[in-house]
Design a protein around this ligand. Sequence first.
Ligand SMILES: Nc1ncnc2c1ncn2[C@@H]1O[C@H](COP(=O)(O)OP(=O)(O)O)[C@@H](O)[C@H]1O
Ligand SMILES: [Mg+2]
Length: 361
Amino acid sequence: MSANLEIANLRKVFNTGKPAVDDVSFTVEAGEIVVLLGPSGCGKTTTLRCVAGLEHPTGGTIRIGDALVSAPERGLLVPPRARNVGMVFQSYAVWPHMTVRQNVAYPLKGRGLSGAEMTRKVDGALDLVDLAQYADRPVVQLSGGQMQRVALARSMVYAPRLLLLDEPLSNLDAQLRLRLRDDLRRIIKAAGLTALYVTHDQLEAVVLGDRIGVMQNGKLLQMASPEEVYNRPADLFVASFTGASNFLPGRLRDRQGEFGSVELDGGLVMQAWCAQGLAPGAAVTVAIRPENIRLEAVAAENRFDTEVVSQRFQGVQTAYALRLGATTVEALATGTTMPHPAGSRVAINIPPQTCWAYPAQ
Ligand SMILES: Nc1ncnc2c1ncn2[C@@H]1O[C@H](COP(=O)(O)OP(=O)(O)O)[C@@H](O)[C@H]1O
Ligand SMILES: [Mg+2]
């Protein structure tokens, strides 16, 4: 049975002093996929290893289903084996001298199952990852993507209460990564598993996660649906890490509720969503995703005249550098034609709900 996971005030300080995980709290509901997203070194793996029991947390509590598995302040630490979690790592971690079937059957040994039960469970897991026809092949004859699916089948075969995945796609080539990325969500959902998945790849997070938690320097900055993380980033770091590439300095002139007007350096005035606590007069940075800048203006609000500095053909889209007042912004337009040559003028719209003002940094 899948269980929920509840992490409260988790802290891990290695002897180096600076916390690797710093007061992190979140829950994963039963059957939910939560992705921890963040740059290398932000504490994703350490969080996952604390849940698995491979790392001894410094503080906070971890609960899997009804069971408290980690509470160092009370001297409680359930060993990894007794937590009944499945793990998939970056490296394939399959046993090279075994067949696919033997690899997947391995975790079932010593659990007192009959031969028939074992076969049924292994066949079920192999079906799930679409490897039934390879069951009796030596695992070394498989591609990287297939090996990773063997590792996945092996981690799911004993129906763990929780599945932990640490960048399982990062050793695969780009094309395989895309395919397995789409497969993974389907497989985890089909098995009804609760999953905590760790990656530094924002697209992987968006495609896989029911919710995404963005981490930086051991802290969890935001935990929300992919749509919310992409459309209302909690702060400048989350905005930039998930793809906002335009950061315009300015000053908040006035605000009415969630929205306000910002005078950008150079004098242009822009309507923007304002982060909590921002008061008129505050120095702000307005973050904008390049794909939210609409070339060919249709509305009066946040309509600006720009000059095309450069255009770069990128296949299904074109990247433009546009002169906007005192700065240059990056904009993306989908489609394979390039109607705006360098030097031409183009009017743009940037819908106010896609302009986010944060305290300046
Ligand atoms: N065994 C360890 N001893 C000391 N520091 C560690 C150890 N493992 C991880 N760290 C440090 O903890 C921080 C978080 O690491 P990690 O959880 O591996 O990050 P991520 O998985 O997000 O890349 C990093 O600064 C890393 O150097
Ligand atoms: Mg890691």
